[in-house]
Design a protein around this ligand. Structure first.
Ligand SMILES: [Zn+2]
Length: 157
């Protein structure tokens, strides 16, 4: 028997440690939380994706009374980017969330499994790692790639 351990490298950053480009992307993700439609969970998530054409696309969670019909912020952003700019490639992604009180969540918000899978497809299309910034009130997680969040991923059939 052999053993393989999977490690997820995470840089824990404070807001003042971000580059200006990272900080701008984080601001756009936070701003996108204000366009969330979350009357059921009252958990407002925003995502911002910087594309290699210079455009930043944002998305927010959009809920529905028929729960499975809604979608997360990350998928609303990445599918919008794919639909509007099919030739553009992802460079970096930021995700932020506010709770029912309206405050940014304390801990950085990670994408759900379905969003990890969806974002991974766009990272594969990009042909390079796509930076991830997961925003919390007190700290920001910086991950070097989507695949670092989804090891042993299903990427082809
Ligand atoms: Zn999700």
């Amino acid at each position: 028997m052999t053993r393989k351990d999977i490690l997820t490298p995470i840089e824990v950053l404070h807001r003042d440690e971000l580059t200006s480009a990272q900080s701008a992307l984080v601001d756009k993700a936070i701003d996108a939380t204000r366009r969330s439609y979350a009357p059921y969970s009252r958990f407002h998530v925003g995502a911002a994706i910087m594309l290699d054409n210079g455009v930043t696309v944002t998305g927010s969670n959009q809920e529905n009374a028929a729960f499975p019909s809604g979608t997360c912020a990350e998928r609303s952003a990445c599918f919008y980017a794919g639909a509007q700019y099919p030739e553009a490639r992802f460079q970096s992604i930021a995700v932020a969330a506010r709770d029912a009180s309206g405050e940014l969540v304390t801990q950085p918000i990670p994408p759900c499994g379905a969003c990890r899978q969806s974002l991974l497809e766009y990272e594969k299309l990009a042909g390079h790692d796509v930076d991830l910034l997961l925003v919390g009130r007190n700290e920001i997680y910086h991950l070097p790639s989507v695949h670092s969040l989804l090891p042993l991923a299903f990427t082809s059939f």
